[in-house]
Design a protein around this ligand. Structure first.
Ligand SMILES: [Mg+2]
Length: 192
């Protein structure tokens, strides 16, 4: 089976350094991750759409930001991911922005390789992820953003798994399966 994995929020801890950047920009002190109840910060008490976009743009031009993201899976989970790559085809699908000042593809692939993904294939898109999921005939898709999960669940036949995060807690969709741990992905595949 073809498996499509998102990177940020699934494999890479994006939110912690991004909140640190927002803290520096706003000067409002520490931002509680629990206060971010949706991935676009729309309902946040003091973070505005403008400041979030400004920080998104800033990190998109900063290769160091992406290079130094902490991994979310444990070493055992990276190993399990590598093992399933033997039986299945894994592709990574990300909305990371491509800039001409550096090669985000190189940075992303190096990061994945560093964590044990032998030969990563990464697709960068600004389109809806369902387009690639359909084109690549992906049967299992994992993403932390509920908009992406909803899009893929609605537009394709892929099974959609959504790791539980504070910012997707309010989302519920009959075709999106919420998982607490990445192990649930491995358990599902071992039954196949
Ligand atoms: Mg994500």
């Amino acid at each position: 089976m073809m498996i499509g994995l998102d990177i940020d929020g699934v494999l890479a801890n994006f939110i912690t350094p991004f909140l640190q950047m927002l803290e520096r920009r706003t000067g409002r002190g520490s931002i509680d991750p629990a206060s971010v109840t949706d991935p676009n910060f729309m309902q946040h008490p003091f973070l505005t759409k403008e400041i979030v976009l400004e920080c998104m743009e800033a990190v998109s031009y900063d290769p160091e930001f992406w290079r130094t993201l902490a991994p979310l899976p444990t070493p055992e989970q990276w190993q399990a991911l590598d093992q399933i790559a033997g039986d299945h085809d894994i592709v990574f699908i990300t909305h990371r922005w491509v800039r001409d000042t550096y090669d985000i593809s190189q940075v992303t692939c190096d990061w994945l390789r560093y964590h044990g993904v032998a030969d990563p294939i990464v697709h960068f898109t600004q389109d809806k992820k369902s387009v690639l999921v359909r084109e690549l005939n992906i049967g299992l898709f994992v993403d932390d953003r509920h908009e992406n999960c909803q899009d893929v669940a609605t537009e394709t036949d892929a099974l959609v798994l959504m790791p539980h995060r504070p910012y997707n807690q309010e989302f519920d969709h009959p075709r999106v399966r919420r998982i607490q741990q990445l192990d649930e992905l491995f358990d599902y595949l071992s039954d196949k």
